[in-house]
Design a protein around this ligand. Sequence first.
Ligand SMILES: C=C(O[C@@H]1C=C(C(=O)O)C=C[C@H]1O)C(=O)O
Length: 367
Amino acid sequence: MDKLQEARLQINEIDSEMAALFERRMQAARVIAEYKKERGLQIYDAKREQAVIEKNAAYIKDPDIRSYYVRFLQDEMAVSKRYQEHIISGVKVAYSGIEGAYANIAAKQIFPYGKLISYRDFKAAYEAVERGECDCCVLPIENSYAGEVGQVMDLMFQGSLYVNGLYTLRITHHLLGVPGASGKDIKTVVSHPQALAQCAEYIREHGYQTIEYANTAKAAKAVKDGCDKSVAAIASAETARLYGLEQLDHDINESALNSTRFAVFSRVENKKVNTTGDSRFMLMFTVKNEAGALAQALNVLSSYGFNMRALRSRPMKDLAWEYYFYIEAEGDETGQNGSDMLRHLGLHCDMLKVVGHFSDEVILQED
Ligand SMILES: C=C(O[C@@H]1C=C(C(=O)O)C=C[C@H]1O)C(=O)O
């Protein structure tokens, strides 16, 4: 047998072993895909991929081969993600608003393989998941300009869903006109009040009139339907594509920090979070009607070493002048220290629940 034949026989043997291993790996990936579907988690997990590469690359003794093996792992994981997409494809994702609105843009980016279903408001989207009509919903919880989204906070307090992921969508506004219009034609701009406010300086410099719409997508649709070259909408590039508008000017908002945080809600809690140090959790509670109860409750968190990042209060709808509290804190509350903290905190509360935890806040780019 010559060298070629010998080496090919070896490869045949290796491939047959690898085929069996590949099948086992893909079966494990299927289990992971189903787990993610139930919990509204994204397929891609950057930290896990990094860990897989680091751990396995270290097994390769020949330094010449190591970089090829890293490439092999990357390809293998890309194949596994494609397979997971096939399994999850059609996951039903509820969002509130119409196509082209920012909630829709966020949902599309988080679940590009999902079936996105529009609901008329936050409550309808949330309840569609509670009823089992959808697998998860994408709702805004906070905007860097307008602050918390109160209606969603109330749903989190009263409802039964969990937050297993948080995503920040950076929002860039553009000036959008009907095809053939140019910047010089524009006299009036239309958009959501927040978008108009975020572009106030630009609007003032150009001397435009403004008209408010319920959301940026509706404003874009009105420009398209109106066929008036003197009217432009302020909205995203995605909205421009959707409604066949042209970008007459780009990046017209003043603050580059304009962003909205979207939470993904699902019926099943994601118990095990990444414990690499970036974990966060969300609590909701009411305190006993006693002097110092709130201060004592807050002290419990710090005494167990949890760093509180946000504290908010909202009125309880059915009890006048009574409030519930929302806390977002850093750390992993699923371990022993966390459960001790929660038990201790419970002593100061009438009601306490963990609404969600997630390992990383993912930044979404609009385009
Ligand atoms: C299998 C998973 O999903 C994806 C695919 C991975 C893989 O094939 O090893 C790793 C991380 C994820 O991007 C997982 O999250 O573990």
